[in-house]
Design a protein around this ligand. Structure first.
Ligand SMILES: Cc1cc2nc3c(=O)[nH]c(=O)nc-3n(C[C@H](O)[C@H](O)[C@H](O)COP(=O)(O)OP(=O)(O)OC[C@H]3O[C@@H](n4cnc5c(N)ncnc54)[C@H](O)[C@@H]3O)c2cc1C
Length: 382
């Protein structure tokens, strides 16, 4: 039996690659290995569960058994790879070694954790996969007050969703506005105001210094002296691409696992895509880039080497209280923002010195302009 094509990870990157590959090659042995339970789900739905009234089982789309059948693949769940030996085309699962023809790293990004002093750190919940989500839902049942750490895209989405689920939400982050790396001030204010109208409270500036149990729940001590009473904490302070095993195997890593336009790492027969991959200098932690990569890499694995191309990659942020679409300014480009509109309906455009559109942020009614604006945006990888 020839060595299989091995994919590490059954998130959107791993499963979409497997699907695309099977459209081109029905027979080559395919093995997927995942540290989690292998259920197929769409991760963006994790921040819509309360609004859609779906728990973790409700968000799951297929069991690993059904996926194995659909993909004509073997899927090993709850199996964490512990090392890669590129010279011998083998990977390690503890003491067991597994040979591969081609190895694809689709092992995602992990949540950034900072130690929080106090006696309640186990009541801080990162939510980055279906199992995290199930743990959070179980802990939050019957509770009322949730403190969210982080006001990035994910923190704001959870705040909107959990507020719709009836929770009292407080957001804490050491910055002056929400989504500071994505948005200029005016659209950030529009979204913040809409969330506040839902009852969400913002504490912008301080960090969480200490979390302690009290008779009524938890006391979150902030660095500005405020103390917030809550029942549990969601941590949404950022994601870091997984690179450790790749670095240990001698692969080039930077922010992510470094790959070229054919998604090839610095070692032949090893590829990467999804949240863990830095593609020609870009580490984009969104769905659209990984879908594009899955189609290109499937071609390469099927014997037709194909370079990936990225067009514009706008992101729809799931804050229904104030619809938001953002196309971040590509890294390394400089421009000036101009802002039109007022209240909830903001059109913020970033243009370079020649007037070419580099990026935008649209809120409220202005999101209707996104299709027309997308046509003017530069491709991210032409
Ligand atoms: C709450 C939330 C909302 C989001 N909303 C949006 C959105 O609206 N739009 C958008 O474009 N993007 C959104 N994103 C981002 C998007 O979901 C991710 O970019 C995408 O799902 C990443 O997929 P992935 O397959 O690369 O990684 P993951 O889904 O993290 O999968 C990684 C896989 O690797 C496995 N793994 C890790 N280490 C090992 C190991 N050592 N051995 C074996 N297996 C391993 C894991 O078990 C898992 O199966 C959101 C993210 C979150 C958290």
């Amino acid at each position: 039996m020839p060595a299989p094509v091995v994919i590490i990870g059954t998130g959107l990157a791993g499963y979409n690659l497997a699907r695309e590959f099977r459209k081109l090659d029905a027979d080559t042995p395919l093995l997927l290995i995942t540290a989690d339970d292998g259920r197929s789900y769409s991760k963006p739905m994790l921040s819509t569960g309360y609004g859609k009234n779906k728990d973790a089982d409700g968000l799951s789309m297929a069991s690993p058994g059904a996926m194995a059948e659909q993909l004509n693949a073997e899927i090993r769940t709850h199996t964490r790879i512990s090392g890669i030996d590129p010279g011998h085309q083998r990977l390690w699962i503890g003491e067991e070694s597994v040979a591969y023809r081609d190895l694809i790293l689709a092992w995602g990004a992990q949540t950034v954790k900072v130690p929080v002093p106090g006696d309640a750190s186990e009541l801080i919940f990162p939510i980055n996969d279906l199992e995290d989500y199930a743990r959070f839902r179980a802990a939050a049942a019957g509770k009322r007050r949730v403190l969210v750490l982080g006001v990035g895209l994910i923190g704001c989405e959870f705040a909107n969703d959990m507020a719709c689920g009836g929770y009292e939400i407080e957001l804490v982050a050491p910055c002056e506005q929400i989504m500071p790396t994505l948005l200029p001030p005016a659209p950030a204010k529009a979204v913040q105001t809409a969330l506040e109208a839902l009852g969400v409270r913002f504490h912008l500036g301080p960090v969480l210094n200490r979390l302690e149990r009290t008779e009524q729940g938890l006391a979150a001590h902030l660095s500005d002296g405020r103390v917030i009473a809550c029942d549990l904490v969601v941590s949404a302070i950022g994601l870091r691409p997984r690179t450790d095993l790749a670095a240990a195997a001698g692969l080039e890593v930077n922010r992510g696992v470094v790959v070229d336009r054919e998604l090839r790492t610095s070692h032949a027969n090893i590829y990467a895509l999804g949240d863990c991959a830095e593609v020609d200098g870009l580490n984009l932690l969104y769905v659209m880039p990984l879908m594009t990569c899955a189609r290109a890499l499937a071609q390469t694995l099927a014997g037709n080497p194909t370079a990936v191309k990225y067009g514009p990659m706008p992101v729809t942020v799931k804050t229904p209280a104030c619809p938001l679409v953002v196309s971040p300014v590509p890294h390394g480009l400089q421009g000036q923002w101009s802002v039109e509109g007022e209240g909830a309906d903001i059109k913020a455009l970033c243009r370079d010195a020649n007037g070419a559109l580099l990026g935008y942020a649209l809120t409220g009614g202005a999101v209707l302009e996104k299709l027309a604006l997308n046509k003017q945006l530069p491709a991210l990888l032409a």
